[in-house]
Ligand binder design. Structure first.
Ligand SMILES: Cc1ncc(C[n+]2csc(CCOP(=O)(O)OP(=O)(O)O)c2C)c(N)n1
Ligand SMILES: [Mg+2]
Length: 193
């Protein structure tokens, strides 16, 4: 099954617990996150392609009382594929990586990515030692994933096949310092003992 990206992001965030932080990959996933509702706990990326999973790992390790979900594109994940190896070795208890896999570099004009050419990110994640690896097949699976973002103890990697559409762009705050300060304050509030 192919999922519609905006509805998928909304489902993942529907029952978001107070301590769930989101790192959306640059471009489409950042716009999806903003479209689902602006939130101080979103660390919107406007660049740093390939860095989303590592930023998520850093936050997860620094703040063990926070839960961290990275939601990013296949192109972004391919660029930072080595991060999965580091996550598999570090094994934080509180980190999930979700890839919105449309097989395309959507933002830049729908060029095919290597997931269209046979690269299977689930096998990569398994090979890297990510503890729970999920291929989301239907709405029930997506709801299960949403719950796991809040509760799963350990590392999780999920692939969601996304339909190749390009919904109207809705753009969040662009000032990196504002975004950083905002999320930092939210982390301090959410992880107070
Ligand atoms: C280092 C670097 N290279 C290239 C780009 C241009 N760029 C921005 S988004 C993007 C494609 C992202 O594709 P994907 O992560 O699959 O997201 P989608 O839009 O398909 O959901 C590219 C190539 C960039 N921002 N940074
Ligand atoms: Mg893509």
């Amino acid at each position: 099954m192919m999922f519609e990206r905006r509805a998928t992001m909304a489902t993942l965030l529907a029952d978001r617990p107070k301590n769930l932080f989101l790192v959306p990959g640059l471009g489409s996933c950042t716009w999806d996150a903003f479209a689902a509702g602006d939130d101080d706990r979103n660390f919107y990326l406007w660049g740093a392609m390939g860095g989303a999973a590592m930023i998520g790992l850093g936050l997860a390790l620094a703040k063990p009382n926070a839960r961290v979900a990275v939601v990013t594109g296949d192109g972004e994940m391919l660029m930072g594929m080595g991060s999965l190896a580091t996550i598999g070795v570090q094994k934080p208890k509180n980190l999930s990586i979700v890839v919105f896999d449309n097989g395309l570099y959507g933002e830049t004009g729908m060029q095919e990515s290597h997931t269209s050419g046979g690269v299977d990110l689930l096998e990569v994640a398994r090979g890297c030692g990510i503890e729970r690896v999920m291929d989301i097949a239907d709405e029930a699976g997506l709801k299960e994933l949403a719950g796991l973002l809040a509760t799963h103890e350990g590392t999780l990697f999920a692939r969601v096949r996304i339909a190749p559409d390009d919904p109207p762009r809705v753009l969040p705050e662009k000032d990196g310092i504002v975004i950083k300060d905002r999320v930092r304050r939210a982390v301090e509030i959410a992880t107070r003992p």
